[in-house]
Design a protein around this ligand. Structure first.
Ligand code: SAM
Ligand code: SF4
Length: 492
């Protein structure tokens, strides 16, 4: 057992902002993972059916689970209990997120990299990799192509390289926000890039980013060393504390993640909950999103597959995460195929990408060929266009959303948590989803999707009319007419 003392899991602040209970300055920027503690929880959990049901009930009461409670869900492995967990996750998702699915696209800016992560096609030792960095004109062309598809939210992705310092990242974010094509504009730019110093995070914050995402890949320090063979990323603790530095720099909107397949999925789920606990306890705000990519094939990868996560385990872990962190957005990407995506979306995912391309410059070139893994980070299994995905969401009763209102109205971080109460979704999120979908239907959808989309809009308006909350449906209808008349960017 390492000898740093962790704050007790019982002190996890529950969802309401309780400054007297959280804010533990002495734990800021300190490593917070104790592998033995996590295994202790997993190994000692031998839950009865009643205990599992009690934990599910707590979660359905929209309370964050402790590590011990998360371990109970992880240890519940009979088919019946797994079904109860999935059913609980489905109900919780409906309660907290409704039927909305937020859409975004990744945009690779540069694939030079000084790190040597064994699983990644961009690793420094991969001499077959074809390296490039978008220049400003290429970046503008990529964003124009994405806007032409109807995208409003992007995540910019960078390798780790001296060329991609904070000033450069901030510059690219500003370029992206500045691109306007027709009615197109990017309203939210998230970033997935290397960890920075506090000053670097400040520079990036000033460019107006949404979420800063950094995945720990694996939270086990020994396994981490095994996979991260060179470069700055080899330093486990520097990465583990990176989002603390982001918080210190004033970025209160951060995304965490683990790369599933490197190590035992049960450990990584527990560690993601611990990371959430750490951020909540130290900064009064948990991560905005959690990502759980599964390893895919990549050029020159070295991965033994010992901990590969099956589809069944994957669905289970998403359901457990949903229950463990009721208010944290869960992101699922095109690494997964359409069937897995459709399955997992029911159990808790709130954001997916659509129309995804990983090759640098490929949105503007409108390339639809087989992937060339020497030019891309990894293989993807869902290459459907944004419209194909929207069309399918509409056919399966989801409400596709491009909403960016909270972030633009300053409803982030602790403020966002205060708003995450029953009624908020019906008064804000659903109306904004409807308005942003209407923009998409007017500007980008082919006739068939448009007809389907307006049917879904009407069904959702009728649902909102029936809701008890103070939802101003006539006002939403008026705004829909304004959008049809040419106005854009109307939100609550
Ligand atoms: N270079 C930055 C870093 O490592 O933090 C940016 C992230 S990288 C471009 C985005 C994420 O892709 C990584 O954090 C990792 O989790 C994931 N990734 C890397 N190789 C992968 C693979 N073979 N399959 C699936 N995901 C992968
Ligand atoms: Fe570089 Fe990121 Fe790939 Fe590691 S995962 S080699 S840091 S791009």
């Amino acid at each position: 057992m390492r000898n740093f003392v962790l704050y007790n899991d019982n002190r996890i602040p529950e969802m309401k902002f309780q400054p007297e209970k959280c804010n533990i300055p002495d734990q800021r920027m300190k490593p917070f993972i104790d592998a033995d503690e996590i295994w202790h929880h997993i190994n000692q959990a031998k839950p009865s059916v009643e205990e599992v049901r009690t934990v599910i009930a707590k979660s359905l009461n929209k309370q964050r689970l402790t590590l011990a409670e998360t371990a109970i869900l992880i240890s519940a492995d009979t088919p019946e209990l797994i079904e109860e967990i999935k059913d609980g996750a489905r109900r919780l998702k409906e309660m907290v997120y409704g039927n909305r699915i937020v859409l975004f696209a990744p945009l690779y800016i540069g694939n030079k990299c000084t790190n040597n992560c064994s699983y990644c096609g961009f690793r420094s030792t991969n001499t077959d990799a074809i390296r490039s960095t978008l220049n400003d004109q290429e970046l503008v062309s990529e964003v124009e192509a994405l806007e032409d598809n109807g995208q409003k939210r992007l995540i910019l992705v960078y390798g780790e390289h001296p060329d991609y310092g904070p000033e450069y990242i901030a510059h690219t974010v500003r370029v992206v926000y500045g691109v306007r094509k027709g009615n197109g504009e990017i309203r939210r730019v998230n970033v997935n890039a290397a960890p920075l110093e506090i000053e670097g995070f400040r520079i990036v914050k000033d460019s107006g980013i949404g979420t800063y995402q950094i995945f720990q890949e694996t939270y086990d320090p020994d396994i981490y060393k095994h996979y991260h063979l060179g470069g700055r990323k080899r330093n486990y603790e520097y990465r583990l504390t990176s989002l603390d530095r982001a918080q210190e720099a004033g970025i209160d909107d951060v995304g965490i993640g683990a790369l599933f397949g490197l190590y035992d999925w049960r450990f990584e789920v527990m560690a993601l909950v611990r990371h959430t606990n750490h951020l909540e306890a130290c900064y009064n705000v948990g991560p905005h999103t959690i990502s759980f990519p599964r390893i895919q094939e990549a050029s020159a990868m070295n991965f033994d597959g010992k901990y590969r996560v099956s589809d069944e385990e994957f669905t289970r872990l998403v359901a457990i995460l949903r229950l463990a962190v009721p208010y944290t957005g869960l992101i699922l990407t095109a690494r997964e195929n359409a069937a897995v995506r459709n399955e997992v979306m029911r159990f808790g995912v709130s954001q997916i990408d659509g129309g995804t391309k990983l090759e640098l410059g490929s949105y503007a070139e409108n390339k639809n060929e087989e992937q060339d893994l020497n030019r891309e980070q990894f293989h993807i299994n869902d290459s459907r266009s944004l419209n194909e995905i929207i069309d399918e969401l509409l056919s399966t009763d989801y409400l596709p959303s491009f909403c960016t209102a909270c972030y633009r109205l300053g409803r982030t971080g602790e403020h966002f948590m205060e708003f995450s109460v029953p009624g908020f979704i019906k008064r804000f999120c659903s109306p904004n989803a409807i308005l942003t979908l209407t923009e998409y239907l007017e500007d980008y959808a082919p006739a068939e999707t448009k007809a389907k989309g307006y049917k879904v809009v009407e069904e959702n308006l009728l649902e909102l009319e029936k809701a008890h909350e103070k939802v101003n449906v006539p006002e939403i209808r008026q705004r829909i007419e304004k959008i049809k008349g040419g106005e854009r960017d109307l939100y609550f």
